[in-house]
Design a protein around this ligand. Structure first.
Ligand SMILES: Cc1cc2nc3c(=O)[nH]c(=O)nc-3n(C[C@H](O)[C@H](O)[C@H](O)COP(=O)(O)OP(=O)(O)OC[C@H]3O[C@@H](n4cnc5c(N)ncnc54)[C@H](O)[C@@H]3O)c2cc1C
Length: 459
């Protein structure tokens, strides 16, 4: 029987396992090795908090590519959604923990299935995969931290984003009771007195999560959010049909031509009172192909000049959440500081955050709680995770040309140090960010390997 080992049990690993199990006509043993976040949920859907909502409407969150309404239909089976009218349920932004329930319900259909005759089954291992050792006869052994191992014919890396990197000279080693290195921990169980400030490093979606939780807990102190660009996510809006934007051959345009074209259309949309974000939405189904067609210089220029703006338009939030943020900004309960965070320091009970502000002045802000929401570590070659250190050392993987993830071919096979595509090692999800750019959200991820019988045969 073929064995497929999947390292990582978030959305990507879970849905690859489910699709492999449901579409396979041959006997297959699927072993999902996962740690740190609950299997089936991963980072995004592992939050236990009800105020953390999906940032994509239910109608576009089906995990099953051949059933576009699969999530909406599943939501209807829950009592709190059962009586919602169709248009309302489709547009709802469900709690992410509910989406985690959905993914787990799919996964556990195939873990020890009742039907013994089903050709595929999924096994779960709770542990950190630390190495993948090629076997002379083909396939590889996945080593797990506790000494266990899995012998597999194929191995899929579905490890998600790198953890956030540390800040300043002390990097990841900075420790202080009032410093939270990752926003996914239970920091809300030790809130400071409301008279003090909470500082959030970053102004993106994780900052929004923190803001919502503080509101939910009625914490009435002030929040300072710091980032280089100071941009907070934009709100979802009702778009219009805008059919004449895309050129017939999008891959033929270079970056400068794209910028000119987009500026023209943004201007046109503004003139007619519509949101220019429509352009980013229209591009979304084509972004991966366009990204691949750009040169390395163009990709680097895009990351330097346009990516922050692209991200705030692309990763939007539900309107009521945006409204609360705007109100907090207006009342100064939330303050956004623009600047580069250079250092963290120990200020007795508080943590000091040194910032080179936009006006060139160095300032220190003191927080009685400081939460790092700066997002995943971007330099892949600097990864401190044992799995990647070992794979890099073995030459089984190499960083992509932008050092955002690993080099992966169009069929998800991993490219080794020698430039050869692996016969057994595959990758999916945020690890492919440098290769595909858009590869982190469900609408892109659900079309990945094993989404169809044809693509399933690759694993
Ligand atoms: C806070 C947040 C909210 C989001 N909200 C949305 C949303 O509303 N809609 C949307 O479409 N997208 C959303 N996203 C994007 C999200 O990244 C994807 O939807 C998806 O969850 C990514 O899943 P993944 O499996 O690739 O990665 P992850 O969810 O990160 O899962 C990877 C798993 O692998 C484990 N792992 C890593 N290394 C090892 C190892 N060596 N051994 C064993 N296990 C390992 C990790 O601990 C983790 O459990 C959100 C992302 C975040 C961070």
């Amino acid at each position: 029987m073929t064995t497929v080992a999947i390292i990582g049990g978030g959305f990507s690993g879970t849905m690859t396992a489910v699709n492999l199990a449901r579409l396979s006509s041959q006997p297959v043993r699927i072993v999902v090795v996962n740690h740190r976040h609950p299997v089936g949920r991963g980072v995004a859907y592992g939050t236990p908090r009800a105020e953390h909502l999906l940032n994509v409407a239910a109608r576009n969150m089906s995990a099953v590519p051949d059933h576009p309404d699969h999530f909406v239909d599943w939501l209807r089976t829950r009592v709190e959604y059962a009586s919602l009218p169709e248009p309302q349920i489709r547009e709802t932004y469900a709690p992410r923990r509910v989406y985690g329930d959905y993914l787990r319900s799919l996964l556990f259909n195939y873990v020890d299935p009742l039907d013994d005759h089903h050709p595929a089954h999924i096994e779960l291992i709770d542990g950190e995969a630390v190495d993948v050792i090629p076997e002379p006869g083909g396939g590889a052994t996945v080593s797990i931290e506790d000494g266990c191992s899995v012998l597999a014919d194929r191995v899929l890396l579905a490890t998600g984003n790198q953890p956030p990197s540390g800040i300043g000279s002390t990097g990841e080693s900075f420790a202080h009771p009032a410093y939270v290195a990752e926003p996914w921990s239970n920091w809300h169980q030790q809130l400071p007195e409301p008279g003090s400030d909470i500082i959030v490093l970053g102004t993106g979606l994780s900052m929004v999560d923190v803001f919502l939780t503080l509101g939910e807990l009625n914490w009435s102190g002030n929040i300072i959010a710091i980032s280089r660009n100071g941009m907070i996510p934009q709100a979802h809006f009702r778009g219009i049909e805008y059919p004449n934007f895309l050129p017939p051959d999008p891959e033929q345009l270079n970056l400068q031509q794209w910028v000119t074209l987009m500026e023209q259309h943004c201007e046109q949309l503004r003139r007619i009172g519509e949101n220019p974000g429509i352009i980013v939405d229209r591009l979304r189904p084509h972004t991966q192909r366009i990204w691949r067609s750009l040169s390395l210089d163009e990709k680097q220029a895009f990351l330097r000049q346009y990516a922050p703006r692209w991200n705030v338009i692309r990763h939007r939030i539900a309107q009521p959440i945006h409204q609360s943020l705007t109100e907090a900004l207006t009342s100064s309960r939330l303050r956004v500081v623009r600047g580069s965070i250079t250092e963290l320091s120990d200020c007795q009970q508080n943590v000091g955050v040194n910032v080179k502000c936009l006006d060139g002045v160095d300032r220190t802000f003191e927080g009685s709680l400081v939460i790092n929401c700066t997002g995943p570590n971007a330099g892949f070659s600097q990864s401190t995770l044992p799995l990647f250190q070992n794979l890099l050392q073995r030459g089984l993987i190499r960083p992509d040309e932008l050092d955002m993830g690993i080099d992966v071919g169009p069929d998800f096979t991993v490219t080794g140090r020698d430039g050869e595509n692996s016969s057994f090692l595959f990758a999916i999800g945020p690890l492919m960010k440098g290769t595909l750019w858009e590869t982190t959200a469900v609408p892109e991820l659900r079309g990945r390997p094993c989404a169809s019988p044809k693509s399933c045969s690759k694993l």
